[in-house]
Ligand binder design. Sequence first.
Ligand SMILES: Cc1cc2nc3c(=O)[nH]c(=O)nc-3n(C[C@H](O)[C@H](O)[C@H](O)COP(=O)(O)O)c2cc1C
Length: 187
Amino acid sequence: MEKRIVVLLGSPRKKGNSAKLAEYLSKGAKSKEAKVESFYLNGMNIKPCQGCRRCQKENAKGCVIKDDMQILYPKLKEADAVVIASPIYWFNISAQTKLFIDRCYAIGVGERNTFPGKRFAFLLSYADADPFSSGAVNALRSFQDMCNYLGAEVVGMVYGSGDEPGEIEKNRGLMKQAYRLGCQLAG
Ligand SMILES: Cc1cc2nc3c(=O)[nH]c(=O)nc-3n(C[C@H](O)[C@H](O)[C@H](O)COP(=O)(O)O)c2cc1C
């Protein structure tokens, strides 16, 4: 059966580097018949988590904030795999990506392991030459912790340098890596 893959784009730049990685990943996934749906977080109305914890109460029906996360919650639940693509801003993920992740608190009601077996992949771009000084390692660690909390599986992470929009495409090896990760998620 065809796999459903949801891609969250966390950069404001639609033709940016993290979006380029997502494009190659999507191409790979589609080549294996997966259905890929992408969401441009910057264009969505996603408010910050208010910490009310009403989503954690018994019999809670998810997050009480009525914004565009209500579109994403069912998509995430139905997806076989979720991909988060983000630029590095100030040594971590972008604010758009963080808003989305905080709101994922409402996916589980008072318990961990709310996404058992859900497969995740992460894509990151940054200007600095290496993942340590750029801050990408902080983001990768956050993603690992997030998946650990959700009981989800990290299938892969593709990350690399680029600054001008789309510049990262020159790194053919990296594009291949993203493409292959897409194939893997679809498998
Ligand atoms: C506000 C801001 C903060 C940034 N902070 C970092 C940083 O901490 N480390 C880094 O290596 N690059 C940093 N960059 C550069 C971006 O990560 C880089 O241009 C990246 O490729 C952008 O990805 P995008 O094209 O998907 O938006 C920053 C850029 C902006 C606009």
